[in-house]
Write a protein that binds this ligand. Structure first.
Ligand code: GLU
Length: 514
């Protein structure tokens, strides 16, 4: 019988959700959905020093906005709870397994003080040691239960002396495991240190808690970032030492995400600049204190972000690019995950945003445009007008805010006119023709795009002039800009009264080109 497919996304609430984390969660989500398995959201909050208030809520809010849902978790509940490791630690779950490891000889108590550890490191460095770590070679000289009579260990423990529990990493053992992305990976235990499993505050470290929970929660596949690959041999050793060898999950380490220039891993700093999915206003760049804009705040659509991230490290093996979550889940496969690092490409992400924005219907876009108008303190036109503005600009914008910022003249008469265009196009001749055209436009009863165009065409023909002589200045007077959407459709949307008023106003105000 096949093992049920159970996945988990296991963030540490130490900061806002980073795009790398979103991609990891997404791949877990897609695979779970495809395999009709379950996805657990587990909060790995046992590192009290790095705990950040609000981060867990931020992570959850991000997933709600993204549309990634979990089958089990702190809010969802489920049979494997609690889903916060700090709560599980309070129930003594991890301590129990740490003790089991000590009893079976795979781990030991260590009583070394910070000063003694420091001294050990200095000694190794001074001796020219390459591996400065607590390991098989060092452990005989240290203050741990391997070097003490049992009575002494007991006496120290009874006296409440601070201790940690360390993994007794074997001296000579090849640790091999299969990774879906990198195939067989081999580490040699002599290179690995005796990692702390249980800390002096009684909390487990990431390694112990992660493995114990993956086992207890029946995790079948561990899909996570490549930065965890080097921890995997320890995890494999833990499975073996706890007698869970048959429960080692399938490992899938996702390739790194690189900076847009391809130089180096996507840094926190870059990521701050590029933004996170969502976050409360007080997330700041730790280096320079700058407030950063989240993807949500910048106007990215969740569907676009997910589609982009799905392809950042995976491909369907075809040319297909624009895919819904359902379609992605249908096509997703572990075999098609890239095994080399991928550059984060902001331009491609924008392209996806544009694609999704274009395909949205007016009802979905209306609230976004209204919000932007409010933000810009502009008057709110009727829904009918806004629907027209959306249709007019739909193919020209990449972000919802651009329905306003790319065409402010739709919402208010221009106060300034593009100087270069004015200098070139607002000639005495142009003015004379515009004045004559204005009279004809004023007589137009049916103010729609076709009728306005017909009036302009007839005028141009009768006067025997180039279209450009009139069209460029007309756009300038109506919008203040040299370029924009289809002018006749725009003029129709603005309405006869607004158009004639704008033309008259500019004719009075705008100085002629010399
Ligand atoms: N808590 C770890 C993190 O913050 C989980 C890593 C893993 O998936 O094993 O990413």
């Amino acid at each position: 019988m096949n093992k049920p497919v159970v996945l988990r996304f296991a963030p540490s609430p130490t900061g806002p959700l980073h795009i790398g984390g979103v991609r990891t969660a997404l791949y877990n989500y897609l695979f779970a959905k495809q395999q009709k398995g379950r996805l657990i959201l587990r909060i790995e909050d046992t590192d009290q020093n790095r705990y950040l208030e609000g981060a867990e809520a931020h992570i959850r809010e991000s997933f709600k906005w993204l549309g990634i849902s979990f089958d089990e978790g702190v809010e969802e509940g489920g049979p494997n709870g609690p889903y916060r490791q700090s709560e599980r630690a309070r129930q003594g779950i991890y301590r129990q397994y740490a003790s089991q490891l000590v009893e079976s000889g795979h781990a030991y108590y260590a009583f070394d003080t910070p000063e003694e550890l420091e001294e050990m490191r200095n000694r190794l460095k001074a001796g020219g040691q390459k591996l400065v770590q607590y390991n098989y070679a060092v452990r005989p000289q240290m203050k741990n239960s391997l070097n003490m009579p049992p009575e002494e260990v007991k006496a120290r423990l009874d006296a409440g002396e601070p201790y940690v529990i360390r993994m007794k990493m074997p001296r000579k053992e090849e640790i091999r495991f299969y990774d879906e992305v990198r195939q067989w990976v081999v580490f040699h235990s002599s290179q690995l240190d005796d990692k702390i499993l249980l800390k002096s505050d009684g909390m487990p470290t990431y390694h112990l808690a992660n493995v114990v929970d993956d086992y207890l929660m029946g995790i079948s596949h561990v899909i996570r970032g490549e930065e965890w690959l080097s921890s995997t041999p320890l995890h494999v050793m833990l499975y073996r030492s706890l007698g869970w060898e048959d429960h080692i999950p399938v490992f899938v380490h996702l390739p790194l995400i690189l900076n847009p220039d391809g130089k180096g891993k996507l840094s926190k700093r870059q990521a701050y600049k590029l933004g996170f999915p969502v976050f409360p206003i007080n997330w700041q760049d730790p280096q320079n204190g700058e407030l950063s804009v989240g993807f949500r705040e910048a106007g990215y659509l969740p569907e676009a972000l997910l589609n982009y991230l799905a392809l950042l490290g995976w491909n369907p093996g075809t040319e297909e690019e624009v895919m819904s979550l359902d379609r992605l889940a249908e096509l997703f496969s572990l075999e098609k995950i890239n095994n080399s690092a991928t550059n984060f490409d902001p331009l491609k992400l924008k392209w996806f945003n544009q694609v999704y924005l274009r395909s949205k219907d007016v009802e979905a876009l209306l609230p976004m445009v209204k919000e932007e108008l409010k933000k810009q303190e502009l008057p709110l036109p009727s829904d009918e007008f806004l629907a027209g503005a959306i249709e007019l600009l739909r193919d020209r914008v990449q972000f919802p805010a651009e329905f306003v910022t790319a065409a402010p003249y739709l919402y208010a008469a221009p106060e300034q006119y593009d100087e270069k265009t004015a200098r070139k196009r607002w000639t005495p001749e142009a003015k004379q023709h515009i004045a004559a055209l204005l009279e004809q436009l004023k007589m137009l009863e049916n103010w729609d795009a076709a009728a306005i165009k017909a009036t302009v065409d007839t005028y141009v023909e009768t006067a025997g002039i180039r279209h450009g002589l009139i069209l460029a200045p007309l756009r300038l007077l109506l919008t203040g800009q040299p370029k924009g959407p289809d002018m006749f459709a725009m003029a129709a949307l603005l309405g006869k009264q607004a158009c004639t008023a704008r033309i008259e106003q500019a004719m009075n105000q705008l100085p002629l080109a010399a």
